[in-house]
Design a protein around this ligand. Structure first.
Ligand code: GRG
Length: 296
C-alpha cells in the first residue's frame, strides 16, 4: 500500500462529500457560507476524516459507512481552528498558508462561521441515511462520542485550560491533560466512531480506541516539535509561536531530544494495538508513522 495514494484517494472522497454538504449559497446567507467554505476548503490534510475511514476499513467496513461522520469531524475541526486563530485566543494571521478567517471576514463573521460549521456538523450527522445504515444504537453512540470529544468534556475544555495556563509553569500531568483534551479527543473520536460504524466488535473497538488515544497525543507532540523545527512555508503558518506565547509544550517541558524519544514510544504503542487487524490496518499503521515524519 502506498500511503500517498491512499491519502489522496480518501481526500478526494471527503472533499466531494463536503462540497455536497456545503453548497455555494447566493442571497442573504451568501457571506456566512462563503466564510464557512473559505476555511473548510483552505487545504487541510483531512486527517480526522481519513482516520475515521481507515478505522472503519480496519473493522471490515468502508467509507460509505462513515461519510457523514467523517465530514462532520472535519467541520468541527475547522470551526476549532477558526476560533483558535481569533484575536481573543491565539491571534494568528496565517493558517494553511492563507490569511485566517477573521482577517478576511472580520471577527464577528469568523465567530459565526465557526458556530455555523459546528452546528452544521451535527445536522450532517443526524441524517436519516446514517441512522438507517448504522442502526439506532450505533447512531446514538457515535453522536454522543463526537459531542463529548468536541465540547466541554473534550476539545473546549482543553482549549480553556491551554489559555488559562499560558505563560505559567505547569507539571507534565496537567500538560498531558491539556493535550489529551485539546487535540487528542477529536482525533481519538475519529478512530473510535470509524470502528463503531465499520462494525467492529467491542474488543476491536477498544483496541482502535487505544490506537486513537496514542496517535492523538503523538500528533500534538509532533506539532510541538514542528513549531520549533518546522519550515513556516511548508506548514502554512509561522513557526516558533509557541515559545513566543509561553505555551506549555513537550519540548518546553522535556527538551527536544526526550520529546522525540517519547513520540517514538507512543507511535510504537499505537502500532502495537493494531496487531490483531493484520493487513486491514495497514493504512492506520502508515498514518502513525506519517505523524513522526510529517512536515506540516
Ligand atoms: C477554539 C474550542 C476551540 C478549540 C481549539 C484544535 C485547537 C483547539 C486548536 C488548534 C491549536 C493547534 C495548532 C493545535 C495543534 C494540533 C492541531 C490541531 C493542528 C492543526 O490540525 P491539522 O494539522 O490541521 O490536522 P489541517 O490544517 O491539516 O486540518
Amino acid at each position: 500500500m502506498e500511503l500517498k495514494q491512499y491519502l489522496l484517494e480518501k481526500r478526494t472522497i471527503i472533499d466531494q462529500a463536503l462540497h455536497e454538504y456545503m453548497p455555494q449559497m447566493s442571497g442573504p446567507k451568501e457571506e456566512l457560507f462563503k466564510a464557512m467554505g473559505y476555511s473548510l476548503f483552505a487545504g487541510g490534510k483531512r486527517l480526522r476524516p481519513i482516520l475515521c475511514i481507515a478505522s472503519a476499513e480496519a473493522a471490515g467496513g468502508n467509507h460509505e459507512d462513515v461519510i457523514p461522520v467523517a465530514c462532520a469531524l472535519e467541520m468541527i475541526h475547522t470551526y476549532s481552528l477558526i476560533h483558535d486563530d481569533l484575536p481573543a485566543m491565539d491571534d494568528d494571521d496565517m493558517r494553511r498558508g492563507k490569511a485566517t478567517n477573521h482577517i478576511v471576514f472580520g471577527d464577528a463573521m469568523a465567530i459565526l462561521a465557526g458556530d455555523g460549521l459546528l452546528t452544521e456538523a451535527f445536522k450532517v450527522m443526524s441524517c436519516p441515511e446514517l441512522l438507517k445504515r448504522a442502526g439506532a444504537e450505533r447512531f446514538q453512540r457515535v453522536i454522543e462520542i463526537v459531542a463529548a470529544a468536541s465540547g466541554p468534556h473534550g476539545m473546549v475544555a482543553g482549549q480553556a485550560l491551554d489559555i488559562r495556563t499560558e505563560g505559567k509553569k505547569i507539571d507534565t500531568g496537567l500538560m498531558e491533560i491539556i493535550h489529551e483534551h485539546k487535540t487528542g479527543a477529536l482525533l481519538k473520536a475519529s478512530v473510535t466512531t470509524g470502528a463503531i460504524l465499520g462494525g467492529a466488535s467491542e474488543k476491536d473497538i477498544k483496541s482502535l480506541d487505544d490506537y486513537g488515544k496514542n496517535i492523538g497525543l503523538a500528533f500534538q507532540i509532533s506539532d510541538d516539535i514542528l513549531d520549533i523545527e518546522g519550515d513556516s512555508e511548508k506548514m502554512g503558518k509561522p513557526a516558533g509561536s509557541d515559545i513566543e506565547r509561553g505555551k506549555n509544550t513537550y519540548p518546553a517541558i522535556h527538551g527536544m531530544e526526550k520529546s522525540k524519544i517519547i513520540l517514538r514510544e507512543i507511535i510504537d504503542n499505537a502500532i502495537e494495538t493494531l496487531e490483531a487487524f493484520k493487513e486491514r490496518a495497514e493504512p492506520l499503521r502508515q498514518i502513525a508513522e506519517y505523524i513522526i515524519e510529517r512536515r506540516k
